[in-house]
Design a binder for this molecule. Structure first.
Ligand code: B12
Ligand code: SF4
Length: 498
């Protein structure tokens, strides 16, 4: 069967710092190819719509799947589905991915028959059976499927994440994937899932709080295949298990693989086993993203982060000692006033690290989606990108965005200060020599993208598709939030991950 897989456009605020390959979609593509299908991928993060139109015309897919990890992409995907059904009425159109798994029925309804199905959960085990069923009948009995007729059997989880291999070779314009100065940059997965349970996050609810590890051999083999000199490790929390991090490191050393890495982890994981990160720093680990989320104990408790401010500060010192650059994330509560923004700005200027801000956003799939008592001020999917306020702000909305952008701008200036500019100039020179311009463009685009008036104006866009309201769920039993349930299996306990 001819299958076309599509990733929607990049969200405008993330594009400035990074644009990464859609690894999940590549794995679904790999699984479909392994099952004998003819597969093509169009990533609209890096390719224009004209490319999709010409692919539809020349390839004439019999099935078309759109990846929806991000809620904010849902309106674009529904519009795309409408267009596809108009030009290729016989084409089976389906959605899959993280976010759509939590709102499958609502999205099907909003698409008014132009989307035939949504696949909830992991795509690799579902894609083969789905394509067979599209050809031979029986779509409703594919695991994880949701159609107008209702839900099919529960989604199935991969037993091992060692395969299928991501179809990296199917991606065009790979040179356009980058993160900061790691330009160009590929992505890789060493583990899947997260055993913690932060209230604002849906990573743990999607995987039913499970945690799987790739075998060190498979991880190193995949890494060896990557052509790019830079690699982003997509794991929610890297190197939770020190022996796993060490075993992959040993394979990487044995094969003499040399790359520069960017990863994401938690302060307590870094503090418990700094030696693993030290070993990886020797192998090329350059950047680390630490979700600190709050600078005070009250905020950390609210998000059930299970770390203390002291742990966070000690983790920063450890990373500095290891020579790893850290990007910190802080969650901006819409209840912040000018004074709170000022305190946070002061903190951000007092540390040498890069500080990022995301706005507290209740999403379907998170616990705060059900518990956050503040009324939603908008249900426009496009504003659920953690850069917009979707619950009432204490400051007038316009003032809130002014303070937010001012805080981001102060920090951006800090990083574009003279000292950094000299460092950046070296990197820029090197990248430009190799024809890599992503990082250069990013440095100068800040003011165009981050603009309080533009952010405010986004709230006045005409809304055609709205996020459903939370359904009453007894979150006393948190398995009710899960996409993948592991009946009969115990959820991992973060305290026992070591
Ligand atoms: C790596 C990552 C990124 C990367 C890569 C993004 C990319 N291009 O794919 C970067 C750093 C760029 C990123 C950015 C952002 N991210 Co992000 N990201 C993740 C993370 C940690 C892992 C995703 C991943 O690669 N997993 C590994 C692969 C193998 O799994 P997967 O992508 O989920 O794919 C599987 C299934 O979803 C499914 N599937 C996927 N596509 C399809 C398509 C079809 C047709 C089918 C059938 C199945 C299917 O099958 C795949 C294989 O099992 C997730 C958390 C998580 N654990 O899911 C957050 C997550 C997806 N990100 C999130 C957010 C908020 C963002 C940002 C908006 C943050 C910001 N404001 O900057 C941006 C927006 C990016 C954009 N689109 O422009 C939220 C999503 C929230 C939401 N409900 O919308 C998540 C869930 C994190 C969280 N803590 O809540 N992100
Ligand atoms: S540790 Fe990170 S990935 Fe895990 S639940 Fe918390 S925020 Fe989500």
């Amino acid at each position: 069967m001819r299958l076309l897989l599509v990733h929607p456009s990049a969200l405008m605020y993330s594009e400035i710092f990074l644009r990464l390959e859609p690894l999940g979609l590549e794995r679904v593509a790999g699984a479909a190819r392994d099952a004998g299908h003819e597969v093509r991928v169009v990533d609209l993060q890096v390719l224009g719509r004209d490319r999709l139109t010409s692919e539809l015309r020349s390839f004439r897919p019999e099935a078309l799947g759109i990846s929806l990890n991000y809620l904010a992409n849902i309106p674009e995907a529904i519009d795309l589905a409408r267009e596809v059904k108009q030009s290729l009425p016989g084409c089976f159109v389906f959605f899959g991915g993280h976010s759509v798994s939590f709102v499958a029925e609502d999205v099907l309804e909003q698409a008014e028959g132009t989307v035939d199905a949504v696949v909830r959960g992991e795509g690799e085990p579902a894609i083969g059976p789905l394509l067979e069923a599209v050809r031979d009948g029986g779509v409703d009995s594919v695991p994880g499927i949701v159609t107008a007729a209702g839900r099919g059997p529960a989604p199935v989880m991969l037993h091992s994440i060692d395969d299928p291999l991501p179809a990296r070779d199917m991606m065009r314009s790979r040179r356009r994937y980058f993160i900061g100065e790691l330009d160009p940059c590929a992505s890789i997965e060493f583990t899947r899932g997260c055993p913690w349970d932060c209230s604002f996050c849906s990573a743990w609810t999607f995987y039913g709080r499970s945690y799987r590890k790739a075998s060190p051999e498979a991880a190193a083999e995949d890494l060896a295949r990557v052509r790019e000199p830079n690699v982003f490790i997509v794991d929610d929390v890297a190197f939770i298990r020190p022996e796993h991090g060490n075993a992959i490191a040993a394979e990487v050393e044995r094969r003499r693989i040399r790359k520069r890495y960017y990863l994401e982890t938690r302060s307590d994981v870094l503090l418990r086993h700094p030696e693993v990160f030290e070993r990886w720093a020797r192998l090329g680990l350059r950047y680390m993203f630490l979700g600190m989320e709050a600078i005070d104990a009250e905020g950390l408790d609210l998000y059930r982060k299970r770390v203390s401010p002291d742990d966070n500060f000690r983790a920063l010192e450890t990373a500095r000692r290891l020579g790893i650059h850290v990007a910190i994330n802080l969650i901006v509560d819409p209840a912040w006033d000018e004074e709170r923004f000022r305190v946070v700005r002061e903190f951000a200027l007092s540390v040498p690290e890069i500080v990022h801000f995301t706005v507290m956003t209740p999403y379907p799939g998170t616990e705060i989606w059900h518990t956050e008592s503040r009324r939603l001020t908008t249900r426009d999917y496009r504003l659920f990108d953690i850069q917009h306020a979707v619950v009432p702000t204490k400051l007038p909305l316009e003032r809130f965005y002014e303070e937010l952008v001012r805080t981001q701008a102060v920090i951006n200036r800090k990083h574009l200060g003279l000292r950094t500019a000299f460092g950046a100039a070296r990197v820029l020179g090197r990248n430009l020599l190799h024809g890599q311009t992503n990082f250069a463009r990013m440095l100068w685009r800040f003011n165009q993208v981050y603009n309080p008036r533009r952010q405010l104006a986004d709230h006045s866009m005409p809304v055609r598709y709205e996020l459903p309201l939370p359904r009453p769920v007894d979150i006393g039993d948190r398995r009710r939030l899960y996409v993948h349930t592991r009946e009969g299996k115990q959820a991992a306990d973060p305290a026992k991950t070591d």
